[in-house]
Design a protein around this ligand. Structure first.
Ligand SMILES: Cc1ncc(COP(=O)(O)O)c(C=O)c1O
Length: 426
């Protein structure tokens, strides 16, 4: 096997049987599901808001892998930081103290809302969710976690069991009713009833649930959740893995209600798409175990020093005024453009938007799914919402220029046109 040409190896092999080889050695069902939608997506080259597929077509990445590519693919400053770091560092030793871990932990503590004290650095966000759950259980001496119906927090046993039940049941790993209970997102009454009946360790919510198609929290909901948690001695854990880090137009999605969680989980974009790093940032109370059980959570690659270097650069870029200004400009451009598309295409019945957190709702039960498939044919990559396939999730990069934002709108128009035509034929 020729390992010299990584770009070819990553993606151009559809021409060399990557589909069949993936079916054989990696994940047959994934191949079949994509094939049913006429897709076999791979990435060869990648740069800024684009990647190139196996056929050499340039694709506009409007999904950004859930926010992983918030700053685009291979942001030059991030690539340079990682290159520099690689000339002197490795992942470090997770048992040791590390100045880089201190800097990243402190930066996150200072950037998060409320009175945060510690950052537990992990390699994946699912790990950080596990840390959040463990911390809440230890701090409260209780076991029960309350999460939202149709939520996704990761695929490890604990994070999976805390989210939508289907995969957990499939793997015979569903939580008992003493471990996890769910309430509808946005229903403060249901949460109030539950908290009044049962001692709860943590209320775990995505600030805006991605896989459900980004239903926006009703006005005042998160403030009420905060009050209920404080009243009943439960910790509030907010999962900002997809919607944090500037995507809504402020550093954290929860900032719009000025609510301070006890634990905030971040990941994906924190590593700039170059080096995996995630974190559970927590108050002194939530992180009490860190004062008496320093090895209570071990992870060889958690808080890797290479990841810390990239994450510190990500946070530096995020704090430049021009970054959030660009989010506001691009979000406004999309708001206006999508309103026009809604007037033009009756199929587009709903636009959910907070900054660059967007979901398009179609008047068809598989509308989002069709948009994903037709979009790819037009050179647009955006994923439908798995728990509500009427919706297409849009998570464009935060650094789009005006011309690139316009290009995204044109691609959406072309996609809506062909989905409308297909549905008219049915
Ligand atoms: C909201 C949310 N939380 C947690 C996770 C888990 O992240 P990771 O894949 O890094 O474990 C994801 C991943 O998609 C996510 O979307």
């Amino acid at each position: 096997m020729d390992l010299d040409n990584w770009v070819d190896l990553a993606g151009s092999a559809p021409l060399n049987g990557i589909v069949e080889l993936t079916r054989r050695f990696v994940n047959p069902d994934k191949v079949d599901v994509f094939a049913a939608a006429g897709l076999a997506p791979v990435m060869t080259a990648r740069e800024g808001p684009y990647f190139w597929d196996g056929a050499g077509r340039r694709i506009f990445d409007a999904h950004s892998n859930g926010g992983t590519y918030n700053l685009g693919h291979r942001h030059p400053e991030l690539v340079a930081s990682l290159r520099d770091a690689l000339s002197v560092l490795d992942i470090g030793n997770h048992h040791f103290l590390s100045g880089l871990r201190v800097r990243l932990a402190q930066e996150l503590v200072e950037l998060c809302p409320g009175d945060m004290q510690y950052s537990v650095l992990t390699a994946t966000a699912a790990d950080a969710i596990e840390v959040a759950i463990k911390s809440a259980r230890r701090a409260t001496g209780r076991r029960l976690v309350v999460s939202a119906v149709d939520s996704y927090h990761g695929s490890t046993l604990g994070s999976m069991a805390a989210g939508d039940t289907r995969n957990a049941e499939y793997f015979h790993s569903q939580a008992s009713r003493d471990d996890v209970l769910q309430v509808p997102f946005g229903d403060a009454g249901a949460l109030a009833d539950l908290l009044a009946q049962r001692p709860v360790a943590a209320v775990l919510l995505e600030t805006i649930p991605a896989t459900a198609g980004f239903p926006l929290p009703p006005e005042g909901y998160l403030r009420t959740v905060r009050e209920l948690c404080s009243q009943h001695g439960a910790l509030l854990v907010l999962d900002e893995v997809q919607v944090g880090l500037g995507r809504t137009g402020s550093m954290w999605a929860v900032d719009f209600e000025q609510v301070a969680p006890d634990v905030l989980v971040t990941g994906k974009g924190l590593g700039g798409g170059l080096y995996p790093v995630a974190a559970a940032v927590m108050t002194a109370h939530a992180g009490g175990w860190l004062r008496d059980n320093g090895w209570g959570h071990g992870s060889t690659a958690g808080g890797s020093e290479l990841g810390c270097v990239v994450a510190l650069k990500v946070l530096e870029i995020m704090q430049r005024p021009e970054t959030l200004n660009n989010v506001h400009r691009s979000a406004e451009q999309l708001r206006e453009g999508l309103a026009k598309l809604q007037a033009e295409y009756p199929l587009l019945v709903d636009v959910r938007q907070r900054g660059l957190v967007l979901a398009l709702g179609l008047n068809h039960e598989a509308g989002g799914r069709l948009m994903t498939a037709h979009g790819f044919a037009h050179g647009l990559w955006a994923m439908f919402a798995a728990y509500d396939p009427r919706y297409l999730q849009l998570k464009p990069g935060l650094l789009l220029t005006e011309a690139q934002t316009q290009e995204l709108l044109a691609l959406l128009a072309a996609t809506l046109e062909s989905v409308s035509k297909e549905l008219a034929r049915c």
